[in-house]
Design a protein around this ligand. Structure first.
Ligand SMILES: Cc1ncc(COP(=O)(O)O)c(C=O)c1O
Length: 361
């Protein structure tokens, strides 16, 4: 009997030539050449600073207004950054027990609810409308929470929030002393405008080298915050958990930052043409979806989404992720982190599936 597909862990790391993977959100383009150049001369293998290599933190400073190297902690991807920030917020003395709740967007990146629960807090969800934040719902639900997660551009919706909305959120949260965890890992993959960096006394920015520099497996991300107390607590927690992030990976990340701006611009052009291919292809198949404004995901509607994911994998060798894993039942997430010829072949298989199995659901 075929093994049940229970969640993203079933697919992560899987892949062979026959498979078309619209699954994992991992860029398939190479990291910048600069990242590899350092390997020939690299020779340091001792423990590194828990906060992260000074040279990398210095190199990040120009990306953030009024930033200093001490405002950053380099982590094992954005994943560790989110985990540490939530656990530190949960631990902080000024969080009363009754407000150990974190407001999450729905659909959400699948790890957020787990991260919140692992931190001993409870997730509360604000429903996005076609991927956009509705401010009335948001501010109503915000009242009971000590922190909120914003993810623009979003995984899995591919939407980018309006700057006006983000500015109102900054004010709402500053007035109420609520932490804003702004996950901006797709900040360099936006098709509609420049990224808007959320700012404020309790804003914590999460970022990563996984998407912009196509370095997922090297595991380099970071927390940026001007709140020194928070940064100190994060360093303390990281000292007693993962310790330093791999120093070779950090040096490769620093070298990646020195790549010419054309590296990011070229990748963005590639993402955009794949987005167009995917969106137009799905519209031609009469699927119900919105046009992504950033990141590299589409989230079309499907009835019986878990059956769709099963059939596409076992009968058509196409990997997709069930929307239910992201709080979006009756949708399926397709990542377009694969080249145009594979996207075209994937759409061909999808068309066949729609005409055969799906027509009979
Ligand atoms: C919204 C979002 N946040 C965080 C992550 C984790 O990224 P990292 O590889 O840097 O841990 C991902 C990865 O897909 C993501 O989509």
């Amino acid at each position: 009997m075929a093994k049940a597909i229970s969640g993203p862990e079933f697919f992560i790391g899987k892949g062979d030539d026959a498979l078309i993977s619209f699954g994992s959100g991992q860029p398939d383009m190479p990291p910048p050449a600069e990242a590899f150049d350092i390997l020939r001369t690299y020779s340091s293998f001792k423990y590194g600073l828990i906060q992260g290599e000074e040279a990398l933190r210095v190199a990040l400073v120009p990306q953030y207004p009024n930033a200093k190297p001490e405002h950053f902690v380099i982590t094992n991807g954005a994943s560790e950054a989110i985990d540490l920030v939530l656990r530190v917020i949960a631990e902080k003395a000024d969080v009363p027990t009754q407000s150990r709740k974190v407001l999450l967007p729905r659909p959400y990146y699948y790890s957020y609810p787990f991260n919140v629960r692992y931190a001993g807090m409870a997730p509360v969800f604000y429903d996005l409308e076609k991927g956009k934040i509705h401010l009335d719902t948001f501010s109503e639900m915000l009242k009971e929470c000590c922190a909120v997660v914003i993810n623009s551009p979003s995984n899995p919706t591919g939407t980018v929030q309006e700057v006006e909305t983000l500015k109102k959120i900054e004010k709402l949260c500053a007035d109420k002393n609520i932490w804003v965890i702004s996950d901006e890992v797709y900040k360099d993959i936006i098709y509609v405008r420049e990224n808007y960096l959320l700012q404020g006394p309790r804003v914590v920015t999460i970022n990563s080298f996984s998407k912009t520099y196509a370095m997922c497996g090297l595991r380099v991300g970071y927390v940026y915050s001007q709140n020194e107390e928070l940064i100190t607590k994060i360093i303390e927690m990281k000292t007693h958990t993962a310790m330093n992030t791999s120093i070779v990976s950090q040096m490769m990340a620093q070298a990646a930052l020195s790549a010419p701006a054309s590296y990011i611009a070229h990748n963005l052009d590639t993402w955009k043409s794949r987005r167009d291919l995917m969106y137009e292809g799905m519209k031609d198949l009469d699927l119900d979806l919105w046009n992504p404004e950033g990141a590299f995901y589409v989230l079309p509607k499907f009835k019986n989404s878990s059956e769709v994911v099963n059939d596409l994998y076992y009968k058509y060798q196409v990997i997709t992720y069930d929307g239910a894993w992201f709080g979006a039942p009756e949708r399926v997430r397709f990542s377009y982190a694969l080249d145009a010829s594979k996207i075209t072949e994937g759409l061909r298989r999808l068309k066949e599936f729609l005409g055969k199995e799906y027509a009979g659901y």
